[in-house]
Design a protein around this ligand. Structure first.
Ligand code: IDP
Length: 137
């Protein structure tokens, strides 16, 4: 089942010089392809749309501040079961609970600064791809 997903390397990953490390892990999965990649700053409006489901939660405002604290790298990745697959590479939200070998498990300690976002379903992927890469069909 070929799919597309949206991946964001969060500002902590960029600041810490982990772009190559994280992109490399995605690139090395057999058959997956990066079909778009852009470094950009995110404004609050985009983040409100992206993280709208969390609005009102205590972590929401600090999350938006963090996500706009520096550039992110946004990628479109295509391939076999790539939505589930990138979530597996990333590991669970809390990096301390994430297994070694996963991106969050290997590099993170703080729940908010957990290095990577990856769409969690086909519906989210479609919505997020439109938000970040409106030009792609
Ligand atoms: P996900 O990124 O693993 O899909 P979500 O529950 O969608 O996790 O949360 C979005 C992002 O919000 C997380 O990646 C993390 O950066 C942040 N976040 C989620 N829960 C907490 C929390 O309890 N404290 C601080 N930040 C959180």
């Amino acid at each position: 089942m070929t799919q597309r997903t949206l991946v964001l390397l969060k500002p902590d990953a960029v600041r810490r010089g982990l772009i190559g490390e994280v992109v490399g892990r995605i690139e090395r999965k057999a058959g997956w392809k990066i079909t778009a990649l852009e470094m950009r700053d995110l404004d609050h409006e985009t983040l409100e749309q992206h993280y709208g489901e969390h609005k009102g939660r205590p972590f929401y405002e600090p999350l938006v501040e963090f996500m706009s604290s520096g550039p992110v790298v946004a990628l479109v990745v295509e391939g076999e079961r790539v939505i589930e697959g990138v979530r597996q590479l990333a590991g669970p939200t809390d990096p301390i609970a994430a297994a070694p070998g996963s991106i969050r498990g290997d590099f993170g300690t703080i729940v908010r600064e957990n290095l990577i976002h990856a769409s969690d379903s086909e519906t989210s992927a479609e919505r997020e791809l439109k938000l970040f890469f409106p030009g792609i069909s």
